[in-house]
Design a protein around this ligand. Structure first.
Ligand code: SF4
Ligand code: SF4
Length: 351
């Protein structure tokens, strides 16, 4: 049952654009052992295994507080809506050129709203699949997802759904529950939700959320991130340390009842102990983020600006943080091996 807009759920002022990250393939086990070795090979040769592209500056939504449209997002390169971006054949050619230059294992296509460029994606996605690249598209599902995308190997469609219908519809119209349900028909999607203080503090909120989305046959998995603020921000969405811990514990309970919820221990532990800075973040150091002009980079990670790593709620970063803290043979942290490999790679790359 879809709740109507008159519900008495928590009031969400705004959630920044969701932090779906390009390392998700690793967390989901999409990368097998040989892929991990290939990723390590790329790091050693100074390359990035993950690429993320803001494929358009346009989005028909105006989600309050969306980080992609915050002035600090591009660190002085201008505002996303003011950048020049590409369309048609030029976009297809430029994206393929970037991909062929960097040869990533995993590509995340975000926006703006990627479905604004669905015609170009209809051409691009099969070509990326032919190159053996795992692609994830992050969308609001504001318009119909093309039927032909169902059959593209290695494509993962991630739909951002920010809570139960009353809260979601209020902030993400016109990408309402009603439209999403229509537009995902026949597809197999991943639901991605970002927890805020308002939703995390509301008793039973995510249980109801899991009940609703787990029951949909189109939903293969549900991913949960946590609102990530910029340094020094005081956004009302920020989870207090107590609420954060309670949220993490509640997810580890809910995953037992709702198998579609992907919340493994390594993500839980990563959320408990996030990297202290971008330099410590394996995810940000293995991912290259391009914005819509296909030249400027978003740094230090997909959030841009100066994110508060100590409150990071990015699922990929947390998953990789936990991997980094793991000690090989109980002695050497994987992070140390990564740091050495990365230094060798950067030296090789600049040599
Ligand atoms: S749908 Fe558009 S406005 Fe909303 S968070 Fe995503 S990019 Fe920002
Ligand atoms: S830990 Fe920091 S750099 Fe890494 S994804 Fe989170 S906010 Fe970005």
């Amino acid at each position: 049952m879809i709740r109507d807009g008159s519900g008495s759920g928590p009031k969400i002022r705004g959630i920044r654009k969701i932090a779906v990250c390009t390392g998700d393939a690793l967390q989901r086990g999409l990368l097998n052992r040989s892929d991990v070795i290939r990723a390590w090979g790329k790091i050693l040769s100074g390359r990035y295994p993950n690429l993320s592209i803001e494929i358009t500056r346009e989005c028909p939504l105006r989600c309050p507080g969306c980080y992609a449209y915050e002035p600090e997002h591009l660190n002085g390169a201008g505002q996303l809506r003011e950048l020049s971006d590409y369309k048609g054949d030029a976009l297809v050619e430029k994206v393929l050129a970037l991909v062929d230059q960097h040869k990533p294992l995993h590509l995340s296509i975000v926006g703006g709203e990627p479905l604004v460029r669905f015609r170009e994606l209809n051409v691009l996605l099969p070509k990326l699949s032919e190159r053996g690249i795992v692609v994830q598209i992050v969308t609001s599902a504001v318009r119909e997802i093309p039927a032909e995308w169902k059959d593209i190997p290695g494509l993962y469609i991630v739909v951002s759904i920010d809570g139960l219908q009353p809260e979601h519809d209020e902030r993400r119209k016109p990408a309402t529950y009603e439209r999403i349900l229509r537009h995902i028909e026949g597809h197999s999607i991943i639901v991605h939700c970002t927890a805020t203080s308002q939703t995390a503090e509301s008793p039973g909120y995510f249980e109801e959320f899991m009940e609703f989305w787990s029951a949909r046959k189109e939903v293969r998995q549900i991913w949960m991130s946590i609102f990530t603020p910029q340094l020094g921000a005081t956004d009302v969405e920020i989870l207090s340390p107590e609420v954060r811990e309670k949220f993490i514990n509640s997810m580890t309970e809910l995953r037992e009842r709702f198998p579609k919820l992907l919340f493994p221990d390594r993500v839980a532990n990563g959320y408990r102990e996030p990297p202290r800075s971008p330099e410590e973040c394996i995810f940000s150091r293995t991912t290259l983020n391009y914005t819509a002009d296909l030249k400027s980079k978003v740094t230090p990670c997909q959030f841009g600006g100066t994110p508060d790593c100590s409150q990071c709620g990015c699922m990929a970063s947390s998953g990789l943080a936990a991997v980094g803290n793991y000690k090989l043979l109980n002695i050497v942290p994987v992070r140390s091996i990564f740091n050495i490999s990365d230094r060798i790679g950067k030296a090789v790359g600049s040599g």
